[in-house]
Design a protein around this ligand. Sequence first.
Ligand SMILES: N[C@@H](CCC[C@H](N)C(=O)O)C(=O)O
Length: 292
Amino acid sequence: MQIRFTKMQGAGNDFVVLDETQGALGLTPAQYRFLADRHFGVGADQILTVRPSLADGIDFEYLIHNADGGQVQQCGNGARCFARYVRDKGLTAKEQIRVQTLAGVIAPRLESDGRVTVDMGRPALEPARLPFDTQGLAPVPQGLVQKWPLTLDGQAPEATVMIVAVSMGNPHAVQLVDDVDRAPVALTGPLIESHPRFAERVNAGYLQVQSRSQVRLRVYERGVGETLACGTGACAAVVAGIGLGLLDARVDVHTRGGLLTIAWAGGPDDPVLMTGPASTVFEGQIDIPDLP
Ligand SMILES: N[C@@H](CCC[C@H](N)C(=O)O)C(=O)O
């Protein structure tokens, strides 16, 4: 089967975008893995699929598959690329759209400076929402949130890291580090991602607070590995930092792939707003092998 695709990136988090507005392509998890493969396919952290929506007040459905072929609930950098894609392809004339994801409705808006702001909805801090099994763990309360001790074993010498659990529709375990450049992301990222207390695995964030409005962040993404940026990871890290009392309501998040600005007023009903870049890299077509 031959399909057309668009390659996009947002702060270096890269995507293959597929148009299913005229009909479903019916790809298997192995075919998503093939598309994401950087040697045999196109190469991407996630595959994003645009579908029409039949629901009132909802413009599109947005499907997200990680590079490992698994479908997931939410992708923030992808949401900005999604909004840019549907506008550039003439699938909508609107500047603000409402998009159904597995985690609920999000609302991306094109800004006049070319960036995109997305209302990512409300964060959730209850461990069960990730899900995160806290049985037998003693939480350390700080500010509005709790830090949880997570003991890592495996290849690393046994170590306990303190994490804040945040759901942005998808699960995040955020830890504070002194210097992101020296954080053991490659070593502990996979151990946190697959920790048995996270039944659906988890994205592991490493947050360095530089001031009340400037942070640096690295994220080891579930189903991918470390990426140059993670939009929901940035939202989760800022929610954690505000909850811990370390950050103001608007924060610049410096990732290895670019700058994201995250705003959260701090109340349980307040949505998280994310602003950042979204660009098309190239377009093409590719033969996809039959991969059941
Ligand atoms: N890159 C994304 C997050 C994609 C999904 C994540 N890996 C998960 O499995 O939850 C972003 O920008 O948010």
